[in-house]
Ligand binder design. Structure first.
Ligand code: HEM
Length: 450
């Protein structure tokens, strides 16, 4: 009996304490003018529910509180906006004091000159330099031949083997970028680079607690190693008497035609940015395209028709050129449809630098804003029958220029690597559908190629 009373007492105590903590946290953030929503536990907020439930968490909160609500996720009081019009406004409002709001671990590991860490004139300079590196003319003359050479070799010898497509597309995204940046391919440097880069990526997604054996600590160490490797590469180039084939590094070192003078530190952060930004995005889109093509034989047939048509116009072994790339209309539609249906990027993060009014709500200084763009991809008004994989929808209407096309972000931070990413995925799909006739799904991410 006494034990039972103790148990009941403990349970009641825990319940009371929990309710008190939750109430205390709600009161703490109960400022006038804030949107509705819940703030969860002190310190942890609603991070566990957010991570566990993913998109369902957002949908449930929207059902309860509307398209703009408050929460406390990933260590910060946050406003989540699922309102397309407000999202557009926020993305255009950097000059009004709404800056990128990425987590501290990401900023520490990607470097202080990283494009997401800078704003104003510094952002203009880094972005200008990057846009010049991936201009249509540079993609046409310098990058596309490198991508083509890389993909021909990367996609050879898959026949009669079980291939882990996730692993292969990740390697592809990193190694292809390394080749474009500095001509590095399967050299010993790329072998040393790859594990360090994977640690760096994991570190950016961790809590910024610098203790041994944490992902954050490993990420910082990996950054140090990567900075050293890239620094040595820059010194080697500078001290070498040989003229080097033009690549992104040589362009950056020459000040991108003397228009953008970057310090060595900025060049290194710019390279890390290019590698990081194209890694998950290009690899996941390519992997998901393979999955959707496997599941939709009619789409695969149409895609193959486009690429076999290109091959018929060329001699065997001829590389893809700019005209070929520009003719890939259906391929582009497959890439957009994959990005839409799989939602490669759920949204982007911003933060307020002063108290401001948004949609009639008053948002305090220093709050994070999660510009959540995922749901717009499934809006039946924009995309009828939204859960069906239908690349043809992109051919009928110019859906990629409508106001709510956020797959590559929007406003002043819209993805500068969009065309580069599409060129990489298109070249991958070209060799994929022309070299292999069938691919049979065997296990998670694994396919047998014939
Ligand atoms: C399918 C591929 C890609 C997708 C879906 C994608 C998506 C995005 C999105 C949504 C943003 C906006 C981020 C924000 O507003 O905070 C962005 C920005 C950015 N992307 Fe991409 N991206 C892709 C490929 C690439 C590639 C290949 C590069 C390499 C150059 C790249 C470089 C960048 C950079 C540097 C930014 C930051 C721009 C700025 O802050 O001014 N992206 N990307």
């Amino acid at each position: 009996m006494a034990v039972l009373i103790v148990i009941i007492g403990v349970v009641l105590g825990v319940c009371l304490l929990s309710t008190a903590l939750l109430r205390w946290n709600e009161m703490k953030y109960n400022k006038k003018g804030l949107p509705p929503g819940t703030m969860g536990w002190p310190l942890f907020g609603e991070t566990t529910d957010f991570l566990k439930q993913g998109p369902s968490f957002m949908k449930n909160q929207r059902a309860r509180y509307g398209s703009v609500f408050k929460s406390h996720i990933l260590g910060c009081p946050t406003i989540v906006s699922m309102d397309p019009e407000l999202n557009r406004y926020i993305l255009m409002s950097e000059s009004k004091g709404i800056l990128p709001g990425y987590p501290q671990s990401m900023l520490d590991i990607l470097g202080k000159s990283n494009i997401a860490a800078v704003h104003g004139p510094a952002h203009k300079n880094m972005r200008g330099a990057l846009l010049s590196l991936v201009s249509p003319s540079i993609i046409k003359h310098q990058i596309l031949p490198k991508i083509d050479e890389f993909m021909t070799s990367h996609l050879s010898n898959w026949t009669d083997q079980i291939i882990d497509i996730q692993q292969k597309t990740k390697e592809m995204a990193l190694l292809s970028s390394l080749k474009q940046i500095s001509g590095i391919e399967s050299s010993s440097l790329s072998k040393e680079f790859m594990p360090e880069f994977c640690k760096l990526v994991l570190g950016t997604l961790s809590l910024p607690i610098n203790l041994p054996n944490t992902n954050y600590h490993r990420g910082l160490q990996a950054r140090k190693n990567i900075v050293r490797m890239l620094g040595e590469l820059i010194d080697e180039r500078r001290n070498s008497k040989e003229t080097h084939e033009e690549d992104m590094l040589s362009l950056l070192m020459s000040g991108v035609d003397n228009r953008y003078k970057l310090s060595d530190e900025e060049i290194i952060d710019q390279i890390i940015t290019i590698l990081y930004s194209g890694y998950e995005t290009v690899s996941t889109t390519s992997m998901m395209a393979v999955k959707y093509l496997h599941d939709h034989p009619k789409v695969l047939q149409e895609l193959r028709k486009e690429h076999l048509g290109i091959r018929e116009r060329k001699l065997a072994g001829d590389p893809l050129d700019w005209e070929d790339y520009k003719s890939m209309k259906f391929t582009r539609a497959v890439i957009f449809e994959t990005s839409r249906l799989a939602t490669i990027v759920n949204g982007v993060l911003r933060k307020t630098t002063k108290e401001m009014e948004l949609n009639g709500f008053v948002i305090p200084e220093g709050w994070r804003i999660y510009v959540y763009t995922r749901e717009i991809n499934y809006d039946p008004c924009l995309y009828p029958d939204p859960y069906t994989f239908n690349p043809w929808r992109w051919l009928d209407r110019s859906l990629d220029v409508q106001n709510y096309f956020f797959i590559f972000g929007g406003g002043t931070r819209q993805c500068p690597g969009k065309e580069l990413g599409i060129a990489e995925i298109s070249t991958f799909l070209h060799y994929f559908v022309t070299k292999y006739r069938y691919f049979i799904f065997t296990n998670q991410f694994e396919y047998l190629f014939v």
